[in-house]
Design a protein around this ligand. Structure first.
Ligand code: FAD
Length: 444
């Protein structure tokens, strides 16, 4: 078998490694447009903030290392420019030499990811202090700017995961940060009242938070930003983090079927409309695990999981991807926000009947020092107790509770089962009635 993979980071590299483990003889070629493969996207903000101090720590695998370890042909600085699905070949441009050639495949795997959205806001092209963050070169450019230009004021546009992480990391570098968000809340996966806790926290930390306002124009080469409200803010540097767009052009040009928001459409086995072509990761449409509607959820767990399943399927295993729940977490200065499943906003939009409860138990026994309340929200079907989702905001132990509930959802447990979960307890860690048990008692 000859398998060609497009994209050499989260999904692509996972697929490649698993392919080799399943078949010693397969010919595996992995193309990556950039210089680096298999780097730690999720660590990039923390290198800029200098929590991660070694640049090399971001490079999980190198081209040489991975080629040798897995006996595969990895070609970086190589962009796949066309899929010729009738001939079962791809056209590749070597970005070092500008040469173009064709490579054949038995199976093609697309994991091209998603790129930062950069809308045509007036002045955006002239703003020489404006950055987006996706890969190592972006990271180097931002870090170099911070190190050398020593900006005093940064404006982060967009309050999603990357925006919030960048706000914190730039703040850690001693920069005064303004965060501008068009919605009435940051961190869209959680509901307003949960995000409000974060709003207070980041303001307490000194971040200037501007909600319900957008960028109208970048003036003076990006040194001044005019907002829709008419407000003007100064910026020595700008991070634009307003979301990502699936890189589906290759698929589209090849006539593969597309899905929600320009994603690549795939079936349960992650095959596209061409049975020899698989696609996965940020670029594909997934089924929302809770409400079963098509959606796009660009996170690392789905990319890694799907990579493994694609390799399994190519090797004849009867596997399928069950959908994405969107379990996610972020550090917001001293706090943690995490969520899984659907939030109230989504359920309301879809007209699904639900009930939500809020509790504020301690992260561990109150008599043992260092316990902080966790704001925990559980959303469920009042008819049968099916868990739709959960959200947590707090200082400690939020990750554990959301992960337990995420596991409960995948296991098909209802709110009535939560009190019966026998969870680890000693005073420094929890209470004899864990917050997850408590949520179950209150819900039922
Ligand atoms: P990518 O990992 O982006 O890989 C796609 C690769 O394909 C790219 O390197 C691209 O250059 C290459 N490519 C595209 N087109 C071509 C072509 N035609 N030819 C050759 N190569 C091509 N997720 C979490 O769950 N938790 C986190 O904490 C988290 N933090 C993040 C922080 C940052 C700063 C970023 C940018 C992302 C973060 N993510 C996080 C998201 C996570 O990194 C992605 O969901 C994941 O990387 C998706 O994997 P992928 O393989 O689909 O795409």
């Amino acid at each position: 078998k000859k398998i060609v993979i497009v994209g050499g980071v989260a999904g692509g590299a996972s697929t490649a490694a698993r392919l080799r483990r399943l078949d010693e003889n397969a010919k595996i070629i992995m193309f990556e447009r950039g210089e680096y493969i298999s780097f730690a996207n999720c660590g990039l903000p923390y290198y800029i903030g200098e929590t991660i101090t070694e640049r090399d720590a971001l490079l999980v695998q190198t081209v040489e290392g991975m080629s040798k370890k897995f006996n595969m042909d990895i070609r970086n600085l190589s962009e796949v420019t066309k899929i010729n699905k009738d001939k079962k070949t791809v056209t590749v441009k070597n970005l070092r030499t500008n040469e173009t050639y064709e490579e054949s495949y038995d199976y093609l795997v697309l994991s091209p990811g998603a790129s930062p959205i950069k809308p045509p806001i007036p002045g955006i092209d002239k703003a020489d202090n404006l950055f987006t963050l996706r890969n190592i070169p972006d990271t180097d450019a931002i870090k170099e700017f911070v190190d050398n230009k020593k900006p005093k004021k940064a404006v982060v546009v967009g309050g999603g995961f990357i925006g919030i992480e960048m706000a914190e990391n730039l703040h850690d570098r001693g920069i005064e940060v303004t965060l501008v968000e068009m919605a009435n809340q940051i961190m869209a996966p959680v509901d307003f009242e949960m995000a409000s806790i974060l709003h207070s926290h980041i303001k307490d930390k000194g971040v200037n938070l501007i909600l319900e306002d957008g960028v109208k124009e970048f003036k003076n080469k990006g040194r001044k930003i005019l907002l829709s409200s008419g407000k003007e803010i100064e910026a020595d540097m700008i991070i634009l983090s307003i979301g990502v767009r699936p890189e589906s052009n290759l698929a589209k040009d090849a006539g593969l079927e597309l899905g929600e928001r320009g994603t690549i459409k795939v079936d349960e086995t992650l095959r596209t409309s061409d049975k020899n072509i698989y696609a996965l990761g940020d670029a594909v449409e997934v089924t929302d695990y809770i409400n079963k509607k098509p959606t796009m959820i660009p996170l690392a767990w789905p990319a890694n999981r799907q990579g493994r399943l694609v390799a399994d399927h190519i090797n004849g295993r009867n596997v399928k991807y069950n959908g994405t729940m969107g379990t996610s977490i972020a550090k917001v200065f001293d706090m943690t926000v995490a969520s899984t499943g659907n939030n109230e906003k989504t359920l309301k939009r879809l007209g699904i009947e639900y009930k939500a409860i809020h509790i504020h138990p301690g992260s561990h026994a109150g008599y043992y020092p260092g316990a902080f309340p966790i704001a925990l929200k559980l959303i469920f079907d009042p008819k049968d107790g099916k868990i739709f989702g959960a959200q947590g905001v707090g200082y400690d132990g939020v990750d554990k509770r959301i992960d337990v509930i995420a596991t409960a959802i995948k296991g098909g447990l209802t709110v009535f089962n939560l009190p019966d979960l026998e969870l680890a307890y000693a005073p420094p860690y929890s209470s004899a009635k864990d917050p997850v048990n408590m949520a179950g008692y209150v819900a039922s």
